[in-house]
Design a protein around this ligand. Sequence first.
Ligand SMILES: [Zn+2]
Length: 373
Amino acid sequence: MRFADVIGQQEVKDVLLAQVRAGRLPHALLLTGDTGYGTLALALALASYVMCPQQGDSDSCGECSECIKTDKLIHPDLHFSFPVIKKSSGTTTSDTYLKEWLTQLTSEKYFDLTDWLRTIGTENKQAIIPDDEADNIIRKLSLSAYEGGWKVMVIWLPEKMNGSAANTLLKMLEEPSPKTLFILCSEHPEQLLDTIVSRTQRIDVPPLSVEDLTKALMERRGLDRDTAVSVARVAGGSWLKALKQICDADDSKAMLQCFIQLMRLAYMRDLPGLMKWSEGMTTLTREQQKAYLSYMQQMLRENFIYNFGRSELNFMTPQEADFAYKFARFINERNIIRFAEEFAHAQRDVAGNVNGKTIFFNLALQTIILLRK
Ligand SMILES: [Zn+2]
């Protein structure tokens, strides 16, 4: 993958390119932001760039044998570490799922944990970078580079590393080997050990601009300008969210329905209905539950903003706006903060394995109370 293939993010590209050209590339980079903003795509483009012996000022050549190997993801000095589901017996490392990983990356470089878990067919389990992975990383990086150049280790979602793998990573970052580059792509850097963060150079990858998304939707998906702009405006800077809007409009419809249902039932204080709603939520996978909760938080914000009558600040689909027309007045300065807290709390509980029915029923009860404020 070349920088030219990464959507937008010109400023980040410029920073990375300048560092390589000046020979000042740190031994560990921490790219933070949603994978949908392009962290992983940038990591791959940077790996290609440092490994390309014929690199130009702004990109790898794309034609030499190194470039062809990195592009096909078969370069022996390009390594990956990523969250997986632990097998019940034997050792589990990222390599256990390497085939699936390469399939995923070949088909789409913008994806999230839910997509990845779907690819490995285990949606309803917690993904981690297991302990066994620590030795795997050491082993890979202790081999001398096959091609005599750089070794690159891309770690996707390092926040999913548990204690001992994280400690091993920390040791490796403390004693860097020459010509070894770590690229950490983190969506939740606040969950990383401070000691790891402090040994990396952090680069925050911002959401993609509406212009960059629009351009990409027109060029890569053949959308007309008007459609591209409206998709880009509700994508929150994420190519992944833009793609999801085009691909599974059904999913977002389901999320909106779920949100509308919760608000209606809570408004009517329909406890049996809310109990059913909570049960319905527990039939989703845990990753889906998290996705639904963040969608609902976004909807609450949008409805709050709707009251100010500043349409340029609102990012809703026509269906969402339709609901907001009548509903927005219930979300106001007296309850918006508490709403945000309650939904964020539920999201943490989902991640922390608390009983699903309890989480969602509690949330429903809080919604009844908050809607009256
Ligand atoms: Zn090249």
